[in-house]
Design a protein around this ligand. Structure first.
Ligand code: PLP
Length: 390
């Protein structure tokens, strides 16, 4: 990489994509692979959403649209936030982007530079640390522990804030742990943040609609005192099984709408219009398909958690959100990376090593249960046979 800018040496990746490529390569050789690695719903996008995009294409929606998103889509986001989060937001603060990731990437470009510190959950979505480093800022991990359901500890987060801290990234429900942060912990954090007015918060709420056991999603938008230094990341990928469409939204403080829109103009101009019309149909149309998907995930969650807990050396807490189980595998005697590689090569089951989500993920492996119950049961059988043969 000698010919490239130095920052490229700091850019990481998301190993779920690499494991997916290896799993696909093995499948192409005729191996029977069960993929519990990739984090995407195994359902198709609901047909009324697809139809809206097709109609938009036929209606001639082929040109540029506003860089911050179609007004009708931003209004639909505000209405959705009113329905599911119970708060009013100004559609003028919503910026539409090509996928949830882009809100995060832009937050890093707005806040990250040499000398700045950005706090992020570890284990957590690997792109956080990668993009923090890319921006030049120093990543400061917020360790998440199995014993507290992979929530953060507010006092521990506050203790890591310095004069150089610019941004704190939070994610609930979480990838890769399925953890949900209790309201009391958010209350404590937000109260403590009054002492640090120079710090912004980015709340990744992309799994907000996927909670179980009566757990209610807590949005950081609930906290009025935080509104002028809060960024919320959400999108359509998980809720509406639209990972490949590339559509997301961000809520931004009033002062940041113009700079982030300028980033949109410089980087991607706008999201293609047919996808935005699909996004409107998703938010304003019937929610039964989205709800049925969550019900299916809930059923599979029971199967995978019970199955994992029956395996020798494995222990798995009941995740309260998203569609991931994050079992502790320390008792098997294998480290996370060895477990990932050997399960793929020897058992034909793709999972992701906990260390792909940060150093604090050692001793854990991520199983995505966005797969059929038949496949989950077959995978558990294969993992059991593999562990029995050790
Ligand atoms: N945030 C988290 C926590 C995720 O798990 C993901 C996807 O895996 C994203 C953001 C990115 O979503 P999108 O596909 O909309 O960019």
């Amino acid at each position: 990489e000698g010919a490239l800018a130095a920052r490229m040496g700091r850019l990481g990746t998301e190993s779920a994509f690499e494991v997916l490529a290896r799993a696909n390569a093995l499948a192409a050789q005729g191996r029977d692979i069960i993929n519990l690695g990739i984090g995407q719903p195994d359902f198709p996008t609901p047909p009324h959403i697809v139809e809206a995009a097709v109609r938009a294409l036929r209606d001639g929606q082929h040109g540029y649209s506003p860089a911050n998103g179609l007004p009708a889509l931003r209004e639909a986001v505000a209405a959705d936030v009113r329905t599911y989060r119970g708060v009013e937001i100004d559609p003028g603060r919503v910026v539409i982007v090509p996928g949830g990731k882009v809100t995060m990437a832009f937050a890093m470009l707005l806040f990250g530079e040499a000398g700045a510190e950005i706090l992020y959950p570890n284990p957590g979505f690997p792109i956080y640390e990668s993009m923090i480093r890319f921006s030049g800022a120093t990543p400061v991990p917020i360790p998440l522990y199995e014993a507290s359901g992979f929530s953060f500890d507010a006092d521990e987060v506050l203790s890591k804030i310095t004069d150089r801290t610019r941004l704190i990234i939070l994610n609930s429900p979480a990838n890769p742990t399925g953890g949900v942060v209790p309201r009391a912990e958010f209350d404590n954090l937000v109260a403590g943040l009054e002492r640090f007015p120079h710090v912004h918060v980015m709340s990744d709420e992309i799994y907000s609609r996927m909670t179980y056991d009566g757990e209610r999603h807590v949005s950081l938008l609930d906290y009025e005192s935080l509104r002028e230094r809060l960024i919320v990341l959400d999108g359509w990928s998980k809720t509406y099984a639209m990972t490949g469409w590339r559509l997301g939204w961000g809520y931004w403080p009033a002062a940041l709408v113009e700079p982030v829109t300028r980033l949109c103009i410089n980087v991607h101009s706008c999201v293609n219009a047919p996808t935005q019309f699909a996004g409107i149909a998703a938010l304003k149309g019937p929610q039964d398909a989205a709800e049925a998907m969550v019900a299916a995930f809930d059923e599979r969650r029971a199967v995978i958690v019970d199955g994992l807990n029956r395996l020798p050396g494995v222990r798995c807490a009941r995740p309260k959100g998203a569609f991931y189980a994050f079992p502790n595998i320390a008792g098997t005697g294998l480290d996370a990376r060895t477990m990932q590689d050997r399960l793929l090569a020897e058992a034909g089951v793709a999972v992701i090593a906990g260390t792909s989500f940060g150093a604090h993920g050692e001793g854990f492996v991520r199983f995505s249960y966005a797969n059929s119950i038949a496949n989950i049961e077959a995978a558990l059988g294969r993992v059991g046979d593999f562990l029995g043969s050790l």
